[in-house]
Design a protein around this ligand. Structure first.
Ligand SMILES: [Zn+2]
Length: 401
């Protein structure tokens, strides 16, 4: 057995479209390779007898080294296929996964994956049956999958609204799932959730799906929470980057999580409008901002304990409450003093004084643990915020401008 099951994305009901091939030369007697699908990426392909060598380039340079690759193998025979990947920039980071239906993904057994030249090259042997399959840096969760998920959420929950809040550079809609208290008082308290600014960061996306599902669930806790708090979730901030199989940027070559302040891109402008609407009304307060990402290991980038947030000590209380409830998901709190780096975290804390964090999940963290812990993080986030009396919190301490 060459593959280990890593889980099915049952709530996403994926499926892969099968358009025509882009790289016509990329075939031999054994198989045909292409990347002509949402999230696919092969920059060049050379056939060398029975094997293939793929080159993977970033969308532009310089760039954070998150080399994304994703290709489809259409077998002409059963048996083994040797595929090498050569990175023109950066080095191997994501262990290959494979899927024949776009829903269930398995990890390609590490004994069939060999790094060469200090990670500049990786050679893998893939077992072929009769069915086409995709080999990918991480599971594919594309624009259509978000669309289906968000439509499903709205169909399931009458309190939810899905609103188009912007349009990407290539014209893709950017949506927010929005929950408004049924009987809102004069004062409104907001929680803003963001995801997928960086296309390859799938484990952060898995955490966000689970987190958002929990906040929008029909439970007593979640209902009580939504009775008081407005929730805005923009789950797919960079649809163009996701569709084009980017490593990091939007199609203008911008790292969106370095554009909070300049707001030079339509994708970040979509989120800016939401924060402006909170800032422009003195009866609206931001209570929390969470931005979901992936990195080498599980961690939260937070304010330092010396930096006063409103609500005060929220981060410590939240993370400690969650930690008490599981032992299967290890994480650290990484305190980062406020500085000028224009991230969503620094911007949100700087403008509102609210706790603002980057929720980072390890690239290869067990997917079941990612999802299960995100349920707990969501529940404890709701309990912790509800434990603060609205009167005591008062208005934001920061400038708002
Ligand atoms: Zn990121």
């Amino acid at each position: 057995m060459r593959t280990l099951l890593i889980g099915a994305l049952v709530f996403l009901s994926g499926g892969l479209s099968l358009p025509a091939m882009a790289l016509e030369a990329c075939e031999n007697d054994l198989a045909r390779l292409d990347a002509d699908f949402d999230g696919g990426r092969i920059s060049d392909c050379v056939v060398d007898g029975d094997s293939f060598e793929i080159r993977i380039d970033p969308e532009d340079q310089p760039i954070n080294p998150s080399p994304w690759y994703s290709f489809r193998v259409t077998p002409k025979q059963t048996g083994d296929l040797k595929v090498s990947i050569r990175y023109s920039y950066g080095k191997h980071r994501y262990h290959p996964k494979r899927s024949s239906d776009g829903r269930t993904w398995t990890i390609v057994d590490p004994i069939y994956v060999r790094e060469r030249q200090k990670g500049k090259r990786v050679v893998m042997t893939l077992e072929m049956g009769e069915e086409p399959f995709i080999v990918s840096a991480q599971e594919l969760v594309g624009v259509q999958a978000y669309d289906r998920w968000e439509k499903g959420m709205v169909a399931q929950h009458s309190f939810l609204e899905r609103k188009k809040v912007g349009t990407s550079v290539e014209g893709r809609p950017i949506y927010a799932l929005i929950s408004t208290p049924p009987n809102p008082g004069p004062n409104r308290e907001y929680v803003v959730l963001l995801g997928r600014q960086h296309p390859p960061e799938l484990t952060g996306a898995f955490a966000m799906f689970s987190f958002v599902n929990t906040v929008f669930a029909d439970t007593e806790l979640a209902s009580r929470f939504r009775d008081r708090f407005d929730v805005v979730a923009i789950s797919l901030m960079n649809p163009d980057g996701v569709a084009n199989g980017h490593w990091r940027h939007n199609v203008n070559g911008k790292d969106l999580n370095r554009d909070w302040g300049p707001f030079s891109q339509p994708e970040t402008q979509a989120a800016q409008k939401i924060l402006d609407a909170i800032a422009d009304d003195e009866n609206r307060q931001l209570r929390l901002m969470l931005d979901f990402h992936s990195t080498k290991r599980n961690l939260f980038y937070t304010q330092t304990k010396k930096e006063k947030t409103n609500p005060d000590k929220f981060t410590t209380r939240w993370l400690e409450a969650a930690k008490r409830r599981f032992d299967y998901y290890e994480f650290t709190r990484e305190e980062r003093r406020q500085r000028n780096l224009p991230t969503s975290k620094n911007y949100s804390f700087g403008r509102f004084g609210a706790p603002a964090m980057t929720y980072e999940v390890g690239d290869e963290t067990n997917r079941a643990a990612v999802s299960a812990s995100a349920v707990v993080f969501a529940e404890e986030m709701m309990r912790t915020l509800l434990s603060y009396d609205e009167e005591d919190l008062g208005k934001d301490k920061a400038s708002r401008n």
